[in-house]
Design a protein around this ligand. Structure first.
Ligand SMILES: Cc1cc2nc3c(=O)[nH]c(=O)nc-3n(C[C@H](O)[C@H](O)[C@H](O)COP(=O)(O)O)c2cc1C
Length: 305
């Protein structure tokens, strides 16, 4: 079955990408599978300058998921360009850089640094991180800021595909989706983590030093599916589904509601070979359920009259 997916000039050999922050810079997962099997690799979030991230502890397990407050720890964009990108098989798999900055001007500057990098197929703009005090979710909750940041990135991104990653921590995801589209986004990806919290009754302390953290994993899948469904209806640009995907069935649920492709996050921590296997598992499952092609299946959800 033809698993190839192409949208807004971004070519993926199949609809499986790995989600930012859960797959390192890609090479960390090379021992577990063939990176070139994936449709795309979204690298961990990058900022102009290196960031230390939030204090520990910053990860805790929850029923059916995890909470994290990493705070975009990363070695900075120059490190990515000089030390990570050259070792990735970017000629054979789409490498997508995930961008984090504190304001629209800085987002634009970061996009400009990556615009000339041949090995980068697309820029994913993180306007949705709940774990940083400045920028982050504040952008993601304000449609005017989403449009402004998107415009700034588009202005400096050259001919790179710009994917805007939305937060579910909003009242109306459709409004945010439209703001990104109006700002010139080539596609949307959603969802980032849901705002959450865990406390320890014996220590009488929060489980995460940052107190509030981001919930991911199977626990968030129904929310993610609803958000993707609403975003697909709200805009004409392509949508990439993310949130709690832990099986081929999960991935196809997102495609059924109209997602072009999917990203796999927390499942990479539990099963480092998960994303690689998912490619074949989706193909097999499509055949089993009687779909003739990925394109025919996409968005074919039958709603009650
Ligand atoms: C430890 C961790 C770090 C993350 N870092 C980033 C990041 O740097 N940039 C970003 O856009 N999303 C980041 N995310 C969010 C994921 O990319 C994804 O949107 C979210 O986890 C939901 O997908 P999942 O349920 O499959 O994990 C991170 C998630 C986790 C669990």
């Amino acid at each position: 079955m033809d698993m190839h997916v192409s949208f807004g000039g971004l070519d993926l050999k199949n609809p499986v990408m790995t989600a930012s922050g859960t797959f390192g810079f890609g090479m960390e997962f090379a021992p577990y599978g063939d990176l070139t099997k994936l449709g795309g690799i979204v690298a961990k979030g990058l900022s102009l300058k290196p960031r230390e991230g939030n204090p520990m502890p910053r990860i805790t397990e929850t029923p059916c998921g995890m909470l994290n407050a990493i705070g975009i720890q990363n070695p900075g964009v120059e490190y990515f360009i000089t030390k990570a990108l050259p070792y990735l098989p970017w000629k054979k798999v789409a490498v997508i850089a995930n961008l984090y900055a504190c304001d629209a001007a800085e987002f634009g500057e970061l996009a400009g640094v990556l615009a000339g990098e041949e090995g980068v197929a697309a820029l994913e703009v993180n306007v949705s991180c709940p774990n940083v005090k400045e920028g982050g979710i504040a952008f993601g909750q304000d449609p005017a800021q989403i449009a402004k940041v998107t415009e700034a990135v588009k202005k400096w991104a050259g001919n790179k595909h710009v994917m805007v990653k939305l937060s579910p921590n909003v009242t109306d995801i459709g409004v945010c989706a439209r703001a990104a589209a109006e700002g010139g986004a080539d596609s949307l990806s959603l969802i980032n983590t849901l705002s959450g919290m865990a406390v320890d009754i014996r220590k009488r302390k929060p489980c995460i030093a940052n107190v509030i953290a981001g919930l991911s994993g199977p626990a968030i899948k129904p929310v993610a599916l609803r958000c993707v469904y609403q975003a697909v209806k709200a805009v004409d640009i392509p949508v990439v589904g993310i949130g709690g995907i832990a099986s081929a069935e999960d991935a196809l649920e997102f495609i059924l509601v109209g997602a072009q492709a999917v990203q796999v996050g927390t499942a990479n921590f539990l099963r480092p070979d998960f994303a690689f296997n998912l490619v074949d598992e989706i193909e097999t499952l499509l055949g089993e359920i009687g779909a003739t092609s990925l394109d025919d299946f996409r968005g074919s959800l039958q709603l009650p009259l």
